[in-house]
Design a binder for this molecule. Structure first.
Ligand code: G3H
Length: 547
């Protein structure tokens, strides 16, 4: 009986994968596969060495066989090629005296504005590649692209603001000084697959605009989508300011880190990998790390919560982009008195979520890009089942190739893998609680400390929980899912969840250090400073006000 049910759901999932001829023409990629291009020292080159195939999780039905199609290839670089990329960035930095790091803020802003214009021109191609590479719904691919452009525009405005504030001198205890923010050096930037454009650019762009030079390694999935943008980088910034490398982390990132030539590590990924990378640097005190790492954001649904709202937000929190968000809700604590009602509403809403190919209007659940991800998720679910939980929704946890039907698993108890691990997929573990202390204990004992959600209506209880939890996580969301946005708000975490804080303005600070020019305010020195300013001899020491 159980096997038949599973087979029925699997068959339903299998039917979702289209034959080539069923794919709308405007959603197809060009017939010619993407080639292994890369950007080195201002030039777009075709890689002549070994390549890695890029296959899409958007499987194709070829006469009943469901297969990941290959949509292009990317360079599989070796140590030498990776070090060439690093060397280009090191030369462009030139001990801080390179063209880009010494350019005036106004000129760097001009270059970035030109980049934004060119970036907008490739919106269609980048978003289509994103859809094929990671199967984010097309609607969300557009959102990610537009959010990224907005982020750059806001970054430019924030830098203007910072620079305007820094255009004045201070005078204290007979010392005149001008304090500015200076770049740090060579930055290695690595984004994650779930926001391959946005989260790469939320470190790349602030690092670049502050005058640092970069080596960028795109994520394993969501790699080709960077290709249409290489030209914009080549045309808008000096040679070597931005360089792209591709290949296995152990082969290309390890030697770069071991060289000691990286000044800033901007990495969004797992804390395990971040630890390995940091330890590889021979002089760790010279390395500034800006890290967005793992999270296991929980929600608590209290007895007086508006259950319809809680269900809506918990679904958005745990299933947006199939649960593949670092800010996703990954464990729900629901009060015993309302758990049955909550679960029935949750299941009803999940059953209504459209699942299918990413171009379908309104689609909410799409194929998963990571290899064997469905099997991994199924393993987590099976472990919880062995430890006393059951799957609440019909067909939950069934999968076919890259499509996985969300599983609501209840009751998930301490000891089950799903209680602690960041599942990063469409599995919703739920546990019931009697006393809020159980939720507080979970948060306190967790290795992660990014965000959490509180669903309830009693101001005193909510205030109590806020005060107990603000020193455990970095954002508490009241009656809403966890999220990063708006991008002007600080995005960070405690424990294994983050290092440094990102937001439009915070990122500019992360990728720079305060440098100042100071002088005794005696007449002679004042005259020298005045002379430098009047004659505009210096990019650093000036009082220009960027309009
Ligand atoms: O994957 C982590 C992202 O930073 C989450 O951003 O909350 O806007 O989806 P989001």
């Amino acid at each position: 009986m159980e096997t038949q049910t599973t087979t029925f759901f699997e068959e339903q999932l299998k039917q979702q994968f289209p034959a080539w001829e069923m794919i709308p023409q405007e959603m197809k990629l060009p017939e010619k596969k993407y080639e292994p291009l890369y950007l080195l020292n201002g030039k777009i080159l075709k890689w002549q060495g070994p390549v890695d195939e890029v296959s899409s999780p958007l499987c194709i039905n070829l006469n009943g066989q469901i297969k990941r199609p290959v949509i292009g290839v990317v360079p599989s670089m070796d140590e030498t090629a990776a070090m060439n990329g690093l060397q280009a960035a090191v030369s462009a930095w030139d001990n801080g005296r390179g063209e880009w790091p010494t350019m005036s803020v106004k000129e760097r802003i001009n270059a970035m504005e030109k980049f934004v214009v060119k970036m907008r021109e490739v919106r269609g191609e980048v978003t289509k590649l994103m859809m094929w590479e990671i199967c984010k719904s097309l609607e969300d691919c557009y959102k990610e692209f537009d959010r990224t452009v907005d982020y750059i525009v806001k970054t430019i405005e924030a830098l203007k603001d910072t620079d305007r504030n820094n255009s004045r001198f201070s005078l204290d205890e007979g010392v005149i000084a001008q304090v500015r923010r200076s770049p740090l050096g060579v930055c290695l930037s690595m984004g994650p697959f779930n926001y391959p454009l946005n989260e790469t650019y939320t470190t790349l762009i602030p690092a670049l605009i502050m005058g640092n030079t970069l080596v960028v390694k795109p994520p394993k999935f969501g790699v080709l989508l960077h290709q249409p943008l290489l030209n914009a980088f080549a045309e808008c910034f000096p040679a070597g300011a931005v360089n792209f490398i591709y290949g296995p982390g152990s082969g290309i990132i390890t030697p770069i880190m071991k060289s000691g030539l990286i000044d800033v590590l901007a990495f969004i990924g797992s804390s395990r990998v971040a630890d390995i990378l940091k330890k590889q640097h021979p002089r760790p005190h010279r390395l500034r790390s800006i890290l967005g790492l793992d999270a296991k954001n929980p929600a608590i649904v209290m007895p007086d919560a508006d259950l319809d709202l809680a269900v809506r937000e918990c679904i958005a929190g745990s299933l947006s982009f199939n649960g593949q968000r670092c800010t996703g809700l990954k464990l729900l604590f629901v009060h015993t008195t309302v758990v049955d009602l909550f679960l029935s509403k949750l299941v009803e809403a999940i059953d209504a979520l459209p699942m299918g190919m990413p171009w379908m209007k309104g689609v909410k659940l799409t194929p998963l890009p990571e290899f064997n991800k469905a099997q991994t998720l199924k393993g987590f679910v099976d472990d919880a089942l062995m430890k006393g939980a059951h799957i609440v929704n019909k067909g939950g946890g069934s999968f076919y190739e890259t499509l996985f039907r969300p599983a609501v698993v209840f009751p998930v108890k301490s000891g089950a893998t799903l209680y602690d691990i960041e599942q990063f997929g469409p599995v919703i573990p739920v546990c019931s609680y009697n006393n809020e202390q159980e939720f507080l204990d979970f948060v306190t004992q967790s290795n992660y400390g990014q965000q959490l959600s509180l669903f309830g209506n009693d101001p005193e209880t909510i205030a109590h929980l806020i005060d107990q939890l603000t020193n455990q996580v970095c954002r508490i969301n009241i009656n809403s899912q966890c999220q990063r946005g708006p991008d002007t708000l600080p995005f960070t975490g405690r424990k294994d969840s983050a290092e440094a804080t990102l937001s439009v303005s915070d990122a500019l600070r992360c990728f720079s250090v305060r440098s100042l020019v100071a002088a005794q305010a005696n007449t002679n020195t004042k005259d020298i400073v005045q002379n430098i300013i009047t004659n505009r001899y210096s990019h650093f020491l000036n009082t220009d006000f960027i309009l």
